[in-house]
Design a protein around this ligand. Structure first.
Ligand code: AMP
Length: 297
């Protein structure tokens, strides 16, 4: 695995791969890698070669009160994990390399970024879209892999890629969970033992919604109530939102229809965690009636 620190060097390596007719796969990350990240690498390895991973803790997507300075960084461990996962190139640019003095451009995907994570974290998605577009320009992959763990981010990146006619396919990968259901996240490292236990409330809330759906519940308000009840029963967790939204528009729905998402965010201690569940109409039951929705955690 070749470790690359500069944009020019990365562009050159990518140009050479393309000139050989190879299909580049790209996995952007902020490091502190876990099995969720590695699952994206595996998906990329399955489809493409070379596989390029970036590690860049992007200051533009952190608010002034957020954890940019303290975000977990473990570059040596990460390097070893990526090497054994069969990654070809690791791009690790500095902040100065990505945002030299005088940098002025930002990318804003209108509308989709105003709600939920966008409201809780003003400027966050603008920072994400800006860095992802820049990384896609540097790496010029045919396929780029993102986790459904950050489902609103994924939706926004897809929108950006469509709107700007980017020559890349955005691939969505399933959420990788710990054995107790907690979605893997670099921020889980902040949790104390008691908080880590309490973090299962997010999964339990989604699972309760799943059970209600499989028993025939399709009323979105009652499903949200079910999720909020589970979260409220955990003393160390405080709910930010727990909603059923349309998977395309991220607007709240009153009843399940088409493809929806159960999305939630909660603070556990001082750590903000997010999770979600995909709710899809089963193709075999048309018109929609009891038990006609399939849930993917
Ligand atoms: P991050 O390093 O947190 O910016 O995440 C980099 C990529 O890994 C994003 O596309 C995330 O959605 C994805 N990711 C993070 N956690 C998970 C997980 N538990 N399962 C699947 N993908 C994940």
């Amino acid at each position: 695995m070749e470790v690359i620190h500069t944009i020019e060097w990365m562009k050159q390596a990518a140009r050479e791969a393309r000139a050989e007719g190879r299909v580049i796969g790209f996995v952007p990350t902020m490091g502190a890698l876990h099995a969720g990240h590695i699952s994206l690498v595996e998906a990329a390895r399955h489809d493409t070669s070379p596989v390029i991973v970036s590690i860049f803790v992007n200051p533009k997507q952190f608010g002034p009160q957020e954890d940019f300075a303290n975000y977990p960084r473990s570059i040596e461990d990460d390097r070893a994990k990526l090497e054994s996962a069969g990654v070809d190139f690791l791009l690790v640019p500095s902040v100065e390399e990505m945002y030299p003095t005088g940098f002025r451009t930002s990318v804003n995907v209108e509308g989709l970024g105003d709600r939920f994570e966008g409201r809780a974290r003003p400027g966050h998605f603008r920072g994400v879209a800006t860095v992802v577009l820049k990384l896609l320009e540097i790496v010029s992959p045919r396929f780029a892999y993102f986790g459904r763990k950050d489902v609103q981010q994924l939706r926004i990146i897809r929108q950006m890629a469509d709107d700007l006619a980017l020559d890349v396919e955005i691939v969505s990968c399933p959420i990788v969970r710990e054995p107790d259901g907690v979605a893997m996240s670099s921020r889980n490292a902040y949790l104390s033992a008691a908080e880590r236990k309490a973090a299962t409330a997010l999964y339990r809330a989604l699972d309760a919604a799943r059970q209600a759906i499989s028993a025939g519940e399709q009323d979105a308000f009652r499903l949200s109530e079910t999720m909020r009840r589970v979260l409220a029963s955990e003393p160390l967790a405080s709910t930010d939102y727990a909603e059923i939204v349309d998977a395309d528009s991220f607007e709240s729905v009153t009843r399940l229809r088409g493809t929806c998402l159960a999305i939630l965010a909660a603070r556990v201690g001082s750590t903000r965690l997010i999770d979600n569940m995909l709710i899809e109409a089963s193709p075999e039951t048309v018109p929609a009636d009891r038990n006609s929705y399939r849930c993917s955690l």
